[in-house]
Write a protein that binds this ligand. Structure first.
Ligand SMILES: [Mg+2]
Ligand SMILES: [Zn+2]
Length: 265
């Protein structure tokens, strides 16, 4: 096992589009969307748009605009023993549907996102990850319905118990900045070049403890991710063998010590 946690944002990171915007564009309901946008939070708006999509008899089964090489990259990371997770402000319905469609759902051990479900009438309902009507996550870097930094902190807390040490985080949006700040030395953040999180990281380099590796397309993401996994795995195995040697040496040294004289009584 590599002991590496690989975390992916979803929209514009695993797929090359914004799944929410895709739905809106597909509907051709941009006017309605722009009209409603200032009046309600993103989640409620998407919920409203899904109602519209449903009445027009459309499904989201065919969002296929994922990055070339992203599927093999994810499969390789999984095969190398990494623990893969999604942290996304899209919704569980879009993500599950698309990951299953791409044949990589089973590569992920956890999907952290806004819950959604299909009601009795077959209409998708989307709920916020944090119910901001009743409680606040208290982070001013993040939108009211989700603080990805809090999700990372929870994952980090569970990692120690599972013997995992390093995080590699991929993202593109401004919502990926807060979790990037939670990463530690030895971790890696992979911001998509020329996207909001990349700009925020570059403007606040001193605040970021993780190593920064930018990427532009799926091919580059695959190359860098697999190189990082390889490098970390080698480093960890060397550390392990040093620890082993040290352990053997100290045991040998211990054995070489003269036996304490039995105290006569
Ligand atoms: Mg994104
Ligand atoms: Zn936050």
């Amino acid at each position: 096992m590599a002991g590496i946690m690989v975390i992916f944002d979803f929209d514009k990171t695993i797929i090359d589009v914004d799944s929410d915007n895709w739905v809106v564009d597909e509907l051709g309901a941009t006017d309605l969307f722009n009209q409603l946008l200032p009046t309600m939070p993103w989640n409620s708006l998407m919920d409203r748009m899904m109602k519209e999509l449903h009445t027009q008899g459309k499904t989201i089964e065919d969002i296929e605009e994922h990055f070339p090489r992203i599927v093999p990259a994810i499969k390789s990371a999984h095969a190398l023993g990494c623990d893969l997770r999604v942290v996304s402000d899209a919704n569980v319905f879009f993500i599950e549907t698309i990951l299953k469609h791409l044949g990589i759902r089973d590569c992920f051990s956890e999907i952290n996102t806004n819950p959604g479900y299909v009601d009795e009438e077959g209409r998708l309902q989307i709920l916020p990850y944090v119910d901001f009507q009743t409680s606040s996550h208290g982070c001013n870097l993040c939108p009211p319905n989700m603080c990805k930094g809090m999700i990372i902190e929870r994952i980090q807390a569970s990692m120690a118990k599972e013997g995992k040490k390093r995080v590699i985080y991929h993202g593109d949006g401004s919502g990926d900045f807060c979790p990037s700040l939670k990463l530690r030395e030895g971790d890696c953040v992979m911001p998509r070049k020329d996207f909001p999180v990349w700009t925020l990281i570059n403007e606040n380099r001193a605040l970021v403890k993780a190593a920064v590796h930018e990427w532009t397309d799926g091919e580059e993401l695959e190359k860098i991710l697999l190189q990082l996994i390889k490098a970390i795995t080698i480093e960890e195995s060397q550390m392990l063998s040093v620890e082993c040697k040290f352990h053997t040496m100290s045991k040998a040294a211990h054995g070489a010590l003269p036996q304490a004289l039995p105290v006569p009584y």
